[in-house]
Design a protein around this ligand. Structure first.
Ligand SMILES: [Zn+2]
Length: 119
């Protein structure tokens, strides 16, 4: 994954999309509006990627699916957190990210989880 791609594109890639830039916006060939993991590719239609970094309706299902928690972390920052299902009494994996908005924190957490092989 390249750092020069917009955050929502990197999130889509983490979810299994293969986005491409059509000259104006980033698109994917999976079904319209569905860039949430298990994809059914339909090469007949291309749709613009969801803006996961600003669109609650796009990112809400990801928060639910991956059971991501988020909370105000003070000084204008929000933290997003994910805990392994086995997490108990501090034993097990947990990941967190802090950013300016809840969705930015969630998006960066999703990238971290992908990197860690936890998605
Ligand atoms: Zn896609």
């Amino acid at each position: 994954m390249s750092e020069d791609k917009p955050l929502h594109v990197r999130v889509a890639e983490a979810l299994g999309c293969s986005p491409r830039f059509d000259g104006v916006v980033w698109c994917c060939t999976c079904r319209a509006g569905e860039h949430v993991g298990s994809e059914q590719y339909n090469t007949l239609s291309t749709s613009e990627l969801n803006y996961y970094d600003t669109d609650w309706s796009a990112t809400g299902p990801l928060i639910e699916k991956y059971q991501i928690g988020f909370y105000p972390a003070g000084l204008g920052t929000w933290a997003a957190e994910w805990r392994d299902g086995r997490y108990e009494n501090g034993i097990g994996d947990s990941y967190s990210k802090a950013e300016d908005t809840p969705l930015l924190a969630v998006c960066n957490l999703i990238l971290a989880l992908k990197e860690a092989g936890k998605l």
